[in-house]
Design a protein around this ligand. Structure first.
Ligand code: IPM
Ligand code: MN
Length: 361
């Protein structure tokens, strides 16, 4: 009997449902070919439901999600909803409750995709950022007093414990080991810890010592490097070819991965995974809900299809995942641009073309 994967879909807002539809199309094509069976269940969490009912994500949904093999998110966000509500109430709630402690963000420039970096090409931009995904400033520790007065005080704390740091580093070192075994080009490069230990002397020190200890004891064969986060930004632009696996804490990871998305060709192509290595992970295109493009068949589904590729890889369907990547690359060669509205193709056409190639692969 064909292996079945139960996949929870949260298409979400704006262009989310359109790109999720194309990703589903491609997964179905890969499944028919690869001999597995995806079973999709859609959930309507997002702004429409929130604006109607005041509910973001009930706890019962979290219990439900734990029964799935994987989750797939479109995008969440609406101009009528105050920033922070849907983010905390849906996306961050899922990341925390399902303990998706790794945010995996490949930064890979494919051929014929435009990068704003002059004189840099696909051979220069091919690395992965491992962003810690459950700790740090995102935990919400802190508060505000004397609000609205001249003496107002607000704090938001960067919280880390050794276990949270270690499990993230472990994932990063293991990935680095795997990449080195796959490709000599990767093996020539270090694993890079990014922090700000010259100023964040407590948290930065914790991360640095943990990195050095684990690296020297358990992975002495892997070259280690360290960058302050401000310098890392600079090197991402000036020498992206120096990087292979980059590991960092939550907020710094959030910031540097938007830069990463830009140098790989923009939000139209950037995908990410919220990974719980022993549990239920959730994959998503990095872009937002882009309401101004909704319903016009102009949004690029490539990032969502890339997220589907990552999902199948995580589920162990390596061949299907590789077939999707090869098909994405082939279709990229025919597209005018990866920017919404400038693709020279419609949303559904991109999805259809990739699905066709996957079916023929
Ligand atoms: C991301 C997003 C989220 C984050 C927001 C929407 C809460 O920017 O996934 O990078 O900050 O993690
Ligand atoms: Mn972000």
């Amino acid at each position: 009997m064909a292996k079945t994967y139960k996949i929870a879909l949260i298409p979400g807002d704006g262009t989310g449902p359109e790109v999720v539809k194309e990703a589903v199309k491609v997964v179905n094509a890969a499944a028919a070919k690869g001999g597995f069976k995806p079973e999709f269940t859609s959930f309507d969490f997002g702004s429409a439901r929130y604006l109607k009912t005041g509910e973001t994500l009930p706890d019962s949904a979290l219990a439900e999600f734990k029964k799935f093999d994987s989750m797939f998110l479109g995008a969440i966000g609406h101009p009528d909803v105050k920033p922070g509500i849907l983010e905390a109430g849906i996306l961050l709630k899922i990341r925390f409750a399902l303990d998706q402690y790794i945010n995996l963000r490949p930064v890979k420039l494919y051929p014929n995709v435009e990068t704003p970096l002059k004189d840099k090409g696909p051979e220069d931009i091919d690395f992965v950022v491992i962003r810690e995904n459950t700790g740090g400033i995102y935990t919400g520790h802190g508060g505000a007093t004397r609000v609205g007065t001249q003496d107002e005080i607000a704090t938001q704390l960067m919280v880390y414990d050794r276990r949270t740091v270690d499990r993230c580093l472990k994932y990063a070192f293991e990935l680095k080991k795997k990449r080195n075994a796959e490709n000599a080009k990767y093996a020539a490069k270090p694993i890079t810890l990014v922090h700000k230990r010259n100023v964040l002397t407590h948290c930065g020190d914790l991360w640095y010592r943990a990195f050095e200890e684990m690296g020297s004891k358990e992975y002495p064969m892997l070259k280690r490097d360290y960058n302050h986060v401000d310098a890392a930004n600079m090197w991402f632009v000036k020498n992206p070819e120096w990087f292979d696996v980059v590991v960092t804490e939550n907020l710094f990871g959030d910031i540097i991965t938007d830069l990463g998305a830009m140098i790989q060709g923009g939000l139209g192509v950037a995908s990410g995974g919220n990974i719980n290595p022993g549990g239920v992970s959730m994959f998503e295109p990095m872009g937002g809900s882009a309401p101004k493009y909704a319903g016009q068949n102009v949004i690029n589904p490539m990032a969502a299809i890339g997220a589907a590729m990552m999902m199948l890889d995580a589920l162990g369907e390596t061949k299907s995942s590789q077939a999707i990547e090869a098909s994405m690359i082939a279709v990229m060669q025919k597209m005018k641009s990866q920017a919404a509205g400038h693709m020279g193709m419609g949303t559904t056409e991109v999805g259809d073309s990739i699905a066709d190639l996957v079916a023929k692969s």
